[in-house]
Design a binder for this molecule. Sequence first.
Ligand code: SAH
Length: 280
Amino acid sequence: MAYYELTIKINSPFRDNLIQKLTEAGCLGVIEQDNGIIAYFPETIDINAISGHISLFKALLDKSGQPSDITFNHKSIPHEDWNETWKKGFHAIDIGERFTILPPWEEKKKDRINIIIDPAMAFGTGHHETTRSCLVLLEKYADKTGKDTFLDLGTGTGVLAIAASKLGYRQVVGIDTDPLAVEAAQKNIELNQTPDVQISQGGLTELSENFDVIAANLISGVLVQLASLLAAHLKSGGIAILSGILFGQEDDVIEAMKVEGLKLVEKYPDGKWVSLVVKK
Ligand code: SAH
């Protein structure tokens, strides 16, 4: 399999909105740079349609009086180069009080909770604000939750599930609708020697058990859609850490959760993103 590499120069404050659009259109991963982003797509994608999305994005910004100076080009890269490309953009990063996320080819850090992540084709290296926020909140609330059952909804690389396991949660489940994410998460569970973490493919409707903590780093629209199912899968007194919410969209999510009986406990902003902690 080969990949498309799209180099997009963008100097607009709406860069994160563009990343979100590309992710929704099937982008496998993004490397952020000072003057833009590099986005990867599978070769099966219709690259002309993606170019169309970007042009439309630019046109909408221009029209709304926010001229953006976006330019882009793409090239095809063969499979063998894929991992090398990722390696260049992926280094160890400290998060919160105790976590370090690192790729398998870097040395573990002493006195930290090391989480080894080989991103493969999944989202969740810890470099994105939303993953980072989830980890900070996970660490902050771990001692307040009894550390019993934990669900990572939309597990991606498995990073949050592995973190929960290393923090001492008794039973950790990760689910994802994307088979490539499931494959990546399983590999990372092996790398971290956390075999008790159970990963499966699917969504909330496939799960029968309820949890003390649910982490869901999705996007606002999906969080709103899933509010009722999410509340149903939380134990009474349980908390949900919700992320992937762009600044300005948090009230919709808070309202949807409130309707389901979940109370806001904390708002945690990071850059253009906001994460929420809600309690049943
Ligand atoms: N938890 C990781 C990855 C978040 S990316 C982190 O915090 O970094 C979001 C993931 O959710 C993607 O892997 C996507 O495939 C998955 N996903 C999206 N909608 C979903 C749904 N309705 N149910 C389960 N997984 C979903």
